[in-house]
Design a protein around this ligand. Sequence first.
Ligand code: ZN
Ligand code: ZN
Length: 461
Amino acid sequence: MEVALDLHAHSIFAGGTQGLKISSEVQGENRKKAVSHLEKINQTMPLKGIDLIGTGDCQFSFWTDILKDVLIEDSSGIFIFQQKADVRFILQTEMIFTARIGKISKETHVIFLFPNFSSIDTFRDFLNQWEVKHQKMARPFIICESPVQVAKRIHTIMDIDPLIEAIPAHIMTPQGVFGTGKGNLRVNYLTDFFGSVTSRIKIFETGLSADPEFLSLIPELDDHVLISNSDAHSSSLHRMGREYTVLSVPKFDYPGIISALRNNRILYTAEFPPEEGRFFLTGHRAGRKRPGLHGDDEYCCFSPQFVPVNDICPICKKPLTIGVFQRCIEISQIQGAERRIGEIQPKKKFIRMVPLIEILAHVLNVKTKTAKSLITTYRQITSLMGPERNLWQSSAEEVEGKLIDHLDTPIIEAILKIKEGDFTFHPYGFDGIYGTLVIGQKGNYSKVNIIKSSQPIQKTL
Ligand SMILES: [Zn+2]
Ligand SMILES: [Zn+2]
């Protein structure tokens, strides 16, 4: 059977979300918020067409206790929140590994999937042994001395149960294995960070700023499984299911899901536009971090062929944040491939889409993506089309046929233009900032050479 999954999400306790504190006096209040988060997922995911979602932060004890309390095991290792619910949950977390390689340290995020709560309890015992501060952080750091220790610890986690899966997250971003973060360390081969556990890691997450086409530049990934997930830190419609993986599973239970993933029974992945991703191009954002030589609203960003020498901003002389596009090309060359974007045919099947809420926000000129007016229109479209997933799987003719008598023409036109690929971003995503959608124009992300700009962002349809 066909199952759409989103295996990387976060609870309301992870960083980058509402940042709730777990002091005893607010525990009751937080519990209510946590349960209503699950309720919201239960309502949201059927609209998106996602069947299975990660719980996020499953080892974070306050959250684990709530999950143990409110989730009902529906089939082996797969949970539901309420009887008769359509959405299923899988026990999932993301951990941050750091290791020193030479003199520089490298941070890498890794997703873990667990088959049951008892394996999570054992995992927590190891976190205690390793003195990981997991009681206070929903996404804690596992600080390692070296790649040898990273490997040892991931081996230890995977040895708890043969069904535990480790999946390097958003592999090209600064916090992914191939991205470059603090201190400019570049990992060019998986073994340089994962050491001897590399051979046990088969599944990789593309991340929002890359898709199977960009990743097909990298020879080392040719025989690996690529999956896509939302990495959502909230239950809002524009964040959840903004990427997902459609899998053919023998049986909808945890062993069935893991077996299908390990055997690459992926029908396709649905991809957020890489150019919109927060780390697509190399550059630096405007604002406080770059005082003095820039105006407050000035940014710089570059396609790989125009990146300044040593990745340094020519104006403020500070290091730029290296984009995913640049890293894909660098690693491709270092690994000896002669592959170029536009010339290679990716072997992995995928579709491209833009979250429907974003399209509506653009057309209706609404800034807040959670605005009621957007959600009303979104619900109207999904009542006509079925879940949002259908919008991207159906042909343009089918979509037009179903919507034409019910919606304003500009909305239908915008959806069709996105389906035809008639859109771009200005600017593209860089240095932690999402790209800004422009519908009805095409861009060229290989030709960006902005030494500085404070241009207002143009919205056109
Ligand atoms: Zn992450
Ligand atoms: Zn600068």
